[in-house]
Design a protein around this ligand. Sequence first.
Ligand SMILES: [Fe+2]
Length: 430
Amino acid sequence: MPDHNPAPHPTKHGAPSLSPPDAGAVLDLFRRVRRETEELAAPLSPEDQTVQSMPDASPAKWHRAHTTWFFETFVLAPHLAGYAIFDPAFGYVFNSYYEAVGPRHPRPSRGMLSRPGVAEVAAYRAHVDAAMERLLAAGDEAVAALAVMGLHHEQQHQELLLTDIKHAFSLSPLHPAYLPPPAPPSASATPMGWWLAEGGIHTVGYEPSGAALDFAFDNEGPRHEVLLRDHALADRPVSNGEFRAFMEDGGYRKPALWLSEGWALAQSAGWEAPGYWQRLDGEWHVMTLHGLMPVHDDEPVAHVSFYEAAAYAEWAGKRLPTEFEWEVAAQRHAGTGQPAGGARPHPRPLLTGIRQDVWEWTASPYSPYPGYRPQPGALGEYNGKFMINQMVLRGRSCATAEGHDRPSYRNFFPPQARWQFSGFRLAEDA
Ligand SMILES: [Fe+2]
């Protein structure tokens, strides 16, 4: 997710790896993804869409416009003869972090953009959509590959739209609900089991399937071999109930469990629970996109930093998995876990399996794979320049667009980040 991450904005674009697309399939995907963004923004008022609650988060209106700017800048301007830029001033306000494209509005000041308003942003989207329809109908392969990349970029921003408005709403004493609360969950988490994995040489990284519209970001390759030791990986992430046991055992008050940086941050920030948790009348509640709700023990713990995940693992006598242990498990246990169903505002109760409703912190720093080279040009800025001071998260979350996740997908955030749906699962050496 790009313009998303803290510091700069870690997004992940990269050289697309795309099978020969068919124009009709690309057009269908384009219409679906662009429509889904508008559907996600629909419950938000113009005021909701303008607020920026912290430098890491962006206004919903900005996400809608920035994803549009991406198509205008990288697809339409260079490839559609006679294309008329909607508003030349938008290049300054909706460029996220592309140095090669020019100067830009400061990220922390995106909430100052009362204009363009939501109606003008809608008109901008319609203008670009109409031009993209004309361009995609021509069936050019290079254009189709760029468009598919732009759609995966937009899906990353769809998730950010949800996590960013959740953060904004969490700061309101009115506890606004993005959507009405669902019926209380009836399922309960299955007990945590362990997948035993034999050590040896394993191959990781993106492998093209040959399917139409197959895609991966450049940071998922090159495919290469890694050496794993015998280990066991938990068959599901840690639950709220399990994390509460860590809290009740004084986990947030025992420096021996914590990495030094994490302990210092937990002290200075006053952390005593995951993000969005608050105690009301002696009971833990959590701010969600459905408003304030009681904490449900059978859901995966979410909105924890890498530091909290590492402290919990230390307390449990386990460790966090490496990203390669996770990926090899994902290859073996494909199809297990949560059923598909599209982005949703809140995690479901845990099920055994690899596919879950929270991103999973790993013990792996976000670094290039052997042989990785960013592609030349502005889009080479998508992933490579963020490969420092961030940790890899694997999997997906409840807010991830359908079809956006895959075993080789590498999300990344700084270790202190808590506003994404970030949880974790445990591992141990055999
Ligand atoms: Fe972006």
